[in-house]
Design a protein around this ligand. Structure first.
Ligand SMILES: [Zn+2]
Length: 334
């Protein structure tokens, strides 16, 4: 990591000036495209109950989301009524009543994670059908391998953007095959080939891999994350987005492209470690394929898993280096 420029540690209370220089929602930006990303969105359990009671977990962020050309998050559950829970520690199935909230706030969700298969193939296929019915775009999973690996390409302000989702976290049986629905699995050779092919075909395409990777509870990225991120950027990726560790990780940069190793949780409950309740919203402004600027809006998640804005006055404006010892979640959902 020494050769990378570590720009910022994104943790509530440790935001340097760069982080708190937010992109104003109504700032003029010409043809620049504004992208907003959040990490893990889990809409079962506490958040599911909150929604069943009429709550809107995204309400406090509506202005931020509405000011963006593209809002993307990682959907860390399956949305269905059918299926049966898989034999694993944590299984998350959200009621389809959450779908209007997803379509209200998100332009796309990644389903490439270790929970989209929690209630089996039937539930995942039900989710695909429900999402297709309301034209809720998703990527990183599909009814077969080809569909799971297919990039989701959207056009904003005349600019085409490709989103690719990949999961690195077991169970591997959630992976899509030619005959089985599931997720796209992280494989360096496969991913670099796919990205390089996209880049050759379309030099102006903004290519964004959204990766479910990293060590749970680790506030610093791993060597594996760094190696893979560099390879993807060398292949043609413009910006790397990560989630899964349940905490916000450091931000790297390689060849001028930022690497957001983990955006942490956004909507999620059932953690012991207070760090797991600190998330963020990432805003990125693209000038062509170049990241012109980015900012982080800190988030405090309550015990029910609902995110809240953190008042600017609560932040340190100092450039504080990362803690030397990473925090570890005592029992994060896996
Ligand atoms: Zn995960």
């Amino acid at each position: 990591m020494q050769k990378l420029l570590v720009r910022v540690v994104c943790s509530v209370g440790l935001f340097p000036a760069l982080c708190t220089t937010a992109i104003a929602g109504d700032a003029p930006r010409g043809n620049n495209v504004r992208l907003v990303f959040v990490g893990d969105v889990m809409l079962a359990d506490g958040p599911g109950k909150f929604i069943a009671d009429g709550g809107d977990p995204f309400a406090e962020f509506a202005d931020l989301f509405d000011s963006a050309d593209l809002v993307v998050g990682n959907l860390e559950c399956v949305v269905a009524t059918g299926g049966t829970p898989e034999d694993k520690s944590w299984t998350f199935r959200a009621d389809p009543r959450v779908i209007p909230l997803l379509t209200r706030y998100f332009h796309a969700v990644s389903a490439a994670n270790n929970h989209s298969g929690d209630f089996g193939q039937a539930a995942l296929l039900e989710q695909f059908r429900l999402f297709d019915e309301v034209q809720m775009p998703y990527f990183g999973a599909g009814p077969n391998r080809e569909a799971a690996h297919r990039p989701l390409i959207v056009k904003r302000r005349g600019v085409r953007i490709a989103l690719l989702g990949y999961n690195d976290f077991p169970p591997r049986r959630f992976e899509a095959t030619d005959a089985r629905p599931g997720t796209a699995w992280i494989d360096r050779e496969v991913m670099t080939a796919a990205i390089a092919a996209l880049r050759r075909r379309e030099p102006s395409l903004i290519i964004i891999p959204f990766l479910h990777w990293g060590e749970e509870g680790e506030r610093h990225h791993s060597d594996e994350q760094e190696t893979l991120a560099k390879a993807l950027i060398d292949a043609g990726a413009d910006l790397i987005i990560g989630a899964h560790p349940h905490v916000v990780q450091d931000v790297g940069e390689y060849r001028g492209r930022p690497i957001f190793h983990s955006l942490g949780n956004f909507v999620f409950d059932n953690f012991d470690d207070p760090e797991c309740y600190k998330g963020c919203v990432l805003s990125v402004e693209m000038e062509g394929r170049t990241v012109a600027r980015w900012s982080i809006t800190p988030v405090q998640i309550d015990k029910q898993g609902i995110p809240h804005r953190v008042l600017r006055a609560q932040h340190s404006n100092k450039t504080t280096p990362p803690a030397s010892e990473p925090a570890r979640a005592s029992a994060p959902p896996q």
